[in-house]
Design a protein around this ligand. Structure first.
Ligand SMILES: *Cc1c(COP(=O)(O)O)cnc(C)c1O
Length: 220
């Protein structure tokens, strides 16, 4: 990492200020263990990875520091590595299909806090449930006692303009409130995981409770 500690400190301060009341999750998929330790030394404790193998490697390298770290998994998760990571993370943001619900429930040694990933923008290449399926999915999840739906998550298309971002974030909030109103014990659904480096300001304005920020930490 070529970034000076001074600049990193400034970036961290800016990001936390702009995020307001939302929790900031540092997405470390682009950076090595030294950069992660720099973030840790500056007080960052919420980390996210999007690949199972990399999460495990970084946890091993961080050793004792893991005791204070809250781990979030945010990437597309295949079924095979579920058993390796599911009991080593605190939050799963990318619960995006019923086959994954089943596998997580089967491998979990306790209740796993999950976000349902929603494909609001309906991009074909994006993972996530369609808005129209959410109600049925929520009912089906009642059969999987190790899954707790604490909120909804979405990713906006990379090239989205402000109008589209406003639409995506407000739609996710709307869906979150509908599920929360069902008052299901296994799906309190109070949280909104939305917003990345380029759009977290907007996401926060729409009620994001978690923002997932990667590259903005390391900008010159
Ligand atoms: C990479 C990634 C992020 C962070 O992206 P930046 O643009 O670097 O902030 C957030 N969420 C998910 C799911 C990601 O894969």
């Amino acid at each position: 990492m070529s970034l000076s500690q001074e600049k990193l400190k400034q970036n961290i301060k800016n990001i936390y200020e702009q995020a307001g009341d939302a929790e900031v999750i540092a997405v470390t998929k682009y950076v090595d263990i030294e950069a992660m330790k720099s973030l840790y030394n500056q007080g960052v404790r919420l980390f996210a990875e999007n690949r199972a193998q990399e999460l495990l490697e970084k946890q091993d390298l961080l050793g004792d520091l893991n005791e204070e770290i809250e781990w979030h998994f945010i990437g597309r998760l295949q079924r095979r590595p579920v058993k390796d990571i599911i009991n080593r993370i605190d939050y799963l943001h990318s619960l995006d299909r019923m086959s994954l619900v089943k596998e997580v429930d089967k491998r979990a040694e306790g209740i796993i806090k999950c976000f349902l990933q929603v494909n609001i923008s309906q991009e074909e290449q994006k993972a996530g449930f369609a808005v129209e399926e959410l109600e049925e999915v929520i009912q089906e999840i009642a059969d999987y006692p190790n899954i707790e739906i604490i909120g909804l998550m979405t990713m906006a298309p990379y090239e989205a303009e402000e109008d589209e971002l406003n639409h995506i974030f407000s739609s996710l909030k709307n869906e979150q409130e509908k599920i929360a109103a069902l008052n299901l014990p296994y799906a309190p659904c109070q949280e909104l995981s939305m917003g990345m480096s380029r759009d977290y300001h907007l996401a926060v304005a729409h009620g994001a409770t978690y923002v997932r920020v990667g590259s903005a930490f390391f900008e010159e």
